[in-house]
Design a protein around this ligand. Structure first.
Ligand code: ZN
Length: 351
């Protein structure tokens, strides 16, 4: 509670707390309805269709004064767990009477992947939830989850943050994705500010996302195309809720709430960001056993060896080299490797 004390003082001294301050409407997300001044948790039900149904655990915190709607989404990839634990911390510490506007927490977007402990893909339909947006009401379960999040969460939000981490197999240094699409100047510039408010000093600039509303593919991109400023954050690694990464997710959420004026307290922005305008995801040319030779955050020269792939017996069958000089953002840290899968990502500040 300590971190919210200044917000409470701010709210009290600015007259925001009042017994009659219920000046905004009830908000309903799936089966969860919260009146002004209430925090409620429950589920968006994803009904059975061509395959089994699932549910999406959400919390809705409705403030007592008007303000924007911020949606924080964790667990799009179920083994990216630091954001999931970070949002539990947010839920336990945000008091509705401290809040302007409404906060939607999606605790675990992809419950089949979380409970099945899979990386990248759903254990039910084999699809990557972050490649099937805006989803389909009559599709497979990943598509139905995407449709539910698009209609229940993104459509009701003003700002959307999709909170990822290194997946269960990925070692990663924290960074954020900012995707200026060049379609709406306000959306692009506010999204950049969200990235700086969240707190990661490394920002990947991706101008290559689809511009077709019907094939938006990514959570973040679905929001951006609807003129809702949005970022993707990467905070955590290797399927572990490491305390420092859980806390960075929590603090990122608080920093965003302060930036948006939804909580009192100082607005902090990253003042010297590193914009990575050139990035490449390196992929494995064969199936085999992966041996990383670098760690996240390492700087590498062009052609530096990122790692080697061996056959199952230990004979080297491929070397993966950096395509240009830059920094390692993530690298696969576990041995299992299939042809075509990512082995890591390198970013650089210049073209
Ligand atoms: Zn992810």
């Amino acid at each position: 509670m300590t971190i919210l004390r200044p917000a409470l003082i701010w709210a009290l001294t600015s007259g925001l707390v009042s017994s009659t301050a219920a000046s905004q409407a009830t908000i309903t997300v799936g089966g969860v309805a919260a009146k002004p001044g209430e925090a409620r948790s429950g589920f968006i039900v994803v009904a059975a269709g061509v395959d089994a149904g699932t549910e999406i655990p959400v919390t809705v915190i409705n403030g007592t004064k008007p303000g924007p709607v911020l949606a924080l989404i964790a667990g799009t990839h179920g083994s990216e767990v630091a954001p999931i634990i970070g949002l539990q911390r947010v839920r336990s510490r945000i008091v509705p009477t401290d809040l302007r506007g409404r906060l939607i927490l999606v605790h675990v977007a992809n419950l089949p992947s979380f409970l099945g402990r899979t990386v990248y893909y759903s254990p039910v339909d084999g699809k990557n939830l972050n490649r099937v947006y805006p989803g389909k009401v009559d599709g497979t379960v990943s598509e139905r989850i995407a449709h539910a999040i698009t209609t229940e969460v993104i459509d009701q939000a003003d700002y959307v943050v999709d909170m990822h981490a290194g997946d269960g197999n990925e070692a990663l240094r924290p960074y954020s994705y900012w995707s200026p699409l060049g379609l709406d100047a306000r959306t692009d510039s506010v999204a950049r500010e969200l990235a700086l408010a969240f707190g990661h000093d490394h920002v990947v600039v991706d101008t290559d996302r689809p511009k077709d509303l019907a094939r938006s593919l990514y959570t973040q991109n679905t929001a951006q195309l609807r003129k809702k400023p949005s970022i993707t954050t990467e905070t955590g690694a290797l399927g572990l809720p490491i305390e420092s990464m859980v806390q960075r997710n929590y603090e990122g959420a608080i920093r965003l709430l302060r930036y948006l004026g939804m909580l009192g307290g100082p607005r902090e922005m990253v003042t010297a960001p590193t914009y990575l305008v050139k990035t490449e995801v390196l992929r494995s040319p064969e199936t085999g056993v992966w041996h990383a030779r670098v760690e996240p955050g390492h700087t590498v020269a062009q052609n530096a060896v990122i790692g080697v792939l061996t056959d199952y017996f230990g004979t080297v069958i491929a070397e993966i080299k950096a395509p240009f000089a830059g920094e390692v953002l993530y690298v696969v840290g576990t041995p299992a490797m299939s042809k075509g899968e990512p082995v890591g990502m390198v970013g650089a500040t210049g073209q």
